[in-house]
Design a protein around this ligand. Structure first.
Ligand code: CDP
Length: 223
């Protein structure tokens, strides 16, 4: 047999702390280039939500790993996984090596064979450029000041929680960032070859334009 090896899909990795703008940016990038998109945070949030919904303790390592091994996104239909409580529980289950191992294969498969035969995949999370897809075509570490991130997240969350204080969201983000960066397994960190994108003073359009310049530059160099 003399068949040419298939061209591997393009992979664009975006990592960064909570509410840095990476999710919005990742979606825009995927839409613009016609790539598949995976918000890997939904996997950790999904496992956390299932545990909370069953009355379980997200810190129960065995139960969390079992929930991740049998994780089925169908079970999340109608679930509100974007709440502050689910976010906090997600960062607890995400520190569990058994949970991470169970979710790793799914993420790698998505990047290696994007749905609908897309030519590329965009994944956003905390360890995409470092652990899930260390050979990604383009990597970004998206960040913003904690104050600006807390303001963005508070504006989002208060639509459903008018009583929520901005200071509570701020505290919550700091705790979650600290837990995500300090865990032993796949901590949130900047890949050595990642492009740093600070969105503190950037609108979504400006952040997207900056990301596009980087991606188009890499595509030109790679032919
Ligand atoms: O949307 P937000 O930035 O608040 O968080 P998320 O991306 O939905 O992720 C929720 C939690 O899942 C994070 O705080 C991390 O603890 C964990 N996570 C992770 O450990 N690795 C990933 N690749 C994605 C999320």
């Amino acid at each position: 047999m003399n068949s040419e090896p298939a061209t591997p899909p393009i992979v664009i990795a975006l990592d960064g702390p909570a509410a840095s703008g990476k999710g919005t940016l990742a979606r825009r990038i995927a839409e613009h280039y016609g790539f598949a998109f995976l918000d890997t945070g939904t996997l950790y949030r999904g496992v956390a939500w299932l545990m909370l919904n069953d009355g379980g303790d997200p810190a129960d390592a065995k139960a969390a790993a079992a929930a991740a091994r049998t994780f089925d996104p169908q079970k999340l239909a109608g679930a509100d996984i974007r709440t502050k409580e689910v976010g906090a529980a997600a960062s607890v289950v995400a520190a569990n090596a058994g949970v991470r191992a169970a979710l790793l294969e799914f993420q790698r498969r998505f990047a290696a064979a994007p749905p609908n035969n897309a030519a590329g995949a965009v994944l956003d999370g905390r360890d995409i450029g470092t652990v899930v897809c260390p050979d990604a075509t383009v990597k970004f570490f998206v960040t913003a000041s904690p104050e600006v991130r807390a303001r963005r997240r508070w504006l989002e969350l208060r639509e459903n929680r008018p009583d929520l204080q901005e200071s509570e969201v701020y505290q919550d983000l700091l705790e979650r960032d600290a837990r995500d960066a300090a865990r032993a397994d796949a901590p949130m960190s900047t890949a050595a070859d990642a492009e740093l994108l600070d969105t503190t003073h950037l609108s979504i359009d400006a952040a997207f334009a900056a990301a596009r310049r980087v991606i188009d530059g890499v595509f030109r160099r790679c032919g």
